[in-house]
Write a protein that binds this ligand. Structure first.
Ligand SMILES: Cc1cc2nc3c(=O)[nH]c(=O)nc-3n(C[C@H](O)[C@H](O)[C@H](O)COP(=O)(O)OP(=O)(O)OC[C@H]3O[C@@H](n4cnc5c(N)ncnc54)[C@H](O)[C@@H]3O)c2cc1C
Length: 365
């Protein structure tokens, strides 16, 4: 069997690696550099903290576990940091935090409430504000450096015979008699395939449109700033009420807040870093005083690849034999899992019940 994958983000390379491992011929096309799309900006926080309904939670939890499986399988796992996550609320919202922790526990998700003293032992550089008495700890949550994961998977896929072609955009899907038979490159070159897998993230609907399909998407923007190296150590992902902090290595911290996600447009200049970056850094300094005086090294903005109803769309496309779609938000968490499940379905027709609620037909017109 011969497959073409469109998209070299976490979804595309995870699928390429798994397909080639199943003995399928793979050619992957990426318009730019590998990981240059949303995967290059995503935070890679592997979690299922607010994921509902339960079927979606289950897919995310399975996705978290898949990183550990992949790490064991590949030996070294430079992308994978298993240091848990911490969260607190304003003191008058402690009841909300306790309720959240209880709901997650009732779904079998490891979550506990720690004293400020214990948090100080785990993260000595973190300053918890006065009045906060309880901090939620999610010990199974972890962080993935997605560009590294993409490199590892692309390298492994190529090593097993996949053709990985960065800087090679696909112009359109080729449709013959209602069946997708391959892709066409902008110079007119046609590449045939038994199955074409669209893993084009937020651009998926553009590609699907070339096969006469209207894929509902609900993309949302995201904005991150990155400090320069500072004399701080942080290992866990941190969610304070007004800012999120992610360790980026070498004393750098990624700082973001949902509040400012749409403060910067995709084509706004990022150099110099927009003013809102200063406000984010000021908030970060409250909790990591060691960041005081740190430079802001850069900023990134990206668009989340969110399908129309917020849930994943994975599976064969009804009415277009030969076409398979893998598009979702939380691709950091679920990419390796969705890649494996999709590969088993494409290569062997094996379906996994966890995917059934998330078939693409519901989003296509
Ligand atoms: C600010 C932000 C924070 C996030 N935080 C998290 C998080 O904490 N945890 C989590 O799990 N997820 C998170 N996400 C989401 C996660 O990063 C994405 O779900 C994931 O990266 C999507 O991967 P993808 O491979 O589907 O898409 P992409 O990485 O966008 O890859 C798609 C690729 O397809 C290529 N492409 C498109 N059209 C064509 C074409 N015609 N020909 C060839 N190539 C094409 C693009 O160039 C692109 O590289 C976050 C996202 C953002 C923006």
């Amino acid at each position: 069997m011969r497959t073409v994958i469109v998209g070299g983000g976490v979804m595309g390379v995870a699928l390429a690696y798994r397909l080639v491992t199943e003995g399928v011929e793979v050619e992957l096309f990426e318009a730019g550099r590998l990981g240059g799309g949303t995967s290059g900006v995503g935070i890679g926080w592997l979690n299922s903290r607010g994921k509902q309904p339960f079927a979606y939670h289950l897919l995310n939890v399975s996705g978290m576990a898949e990183h550990a499986t992949l790490a064991r399988e590949l030996g070294a796992a430079p992308w994978y940091h298993q240091d848990g996550a911490l969260q607190w609320t304003a003191p008058d919202r402690t009841d909300d935090l306790v309720a959240r922790v209880e709901r997650l526990r009732s779904w079998g998700y490891p979550a506990e409430l720690l004293s400020v003293r214990r948090v100080g032992e785990l993260e000595p550089f973190l300053r918890i504000p006065a009045g906060v008495t309880r901090v939620a700890h999610y010990p199974w949550e972890s962080l993935a450096d997605l560009p590294q994961l993409i490199g590892v998977l692309a390298h492994a896929a190529a090593g097993r015979g996949a053709a990985v072609r960065p800087f090679t955009p696909v112009g359109s899907l080729t449709v013959e008699g209602g069946r997708v038979t391959g892709v066409e490159l902008p110079d007119g070159t046609r590449v045939s395939a038994d199955v074409v897998a669209v893993c084009a993230g937020r651009w998926s609907h553009t590609l699907m449109a070339t096969a006469g399909l209207d894929l509902a998407m609900a993309p949302t923007p995201g904005f991150n700033v990155y400090t320069g190296p500072a004399p701080v150590t942080l290992r866990a992902m941190v969610h304070a009420p007004d800012v999120n902090l992610r360790p980026e290595g070498a004393g750098r911290i990624l700082v973001r807040s949902e509040e400012f996600d749409d403060a910067v447009a995709l084509d706004d200049p990022l150099d110099p870093v927009p003013e809102v970056g200063k406000e984010l850094l000021a908030r970060a300094v409250r909790y990591l005083p060691g960041l005081s005086g740190a430079a802001i090294e850069g900023a990134r903005v990206a668009v989340r690849s969110v399908p129309g109803d917020g849930l994943p769309a994975v599976g064969p496309v009804p009415g277009r034999a030969g076409l398979y779609l893998v598009v979702s938000h939380s691709g950091g968490t679920m990419g390796p899992l969705l890649g494996r499940l999709a590969a088993l379905e494409i290569a062997h027709g094996e379906t996994d019940p966890r995917l059934e609620p998330f078939r693409p037909g519901r989003l296509l017109s």
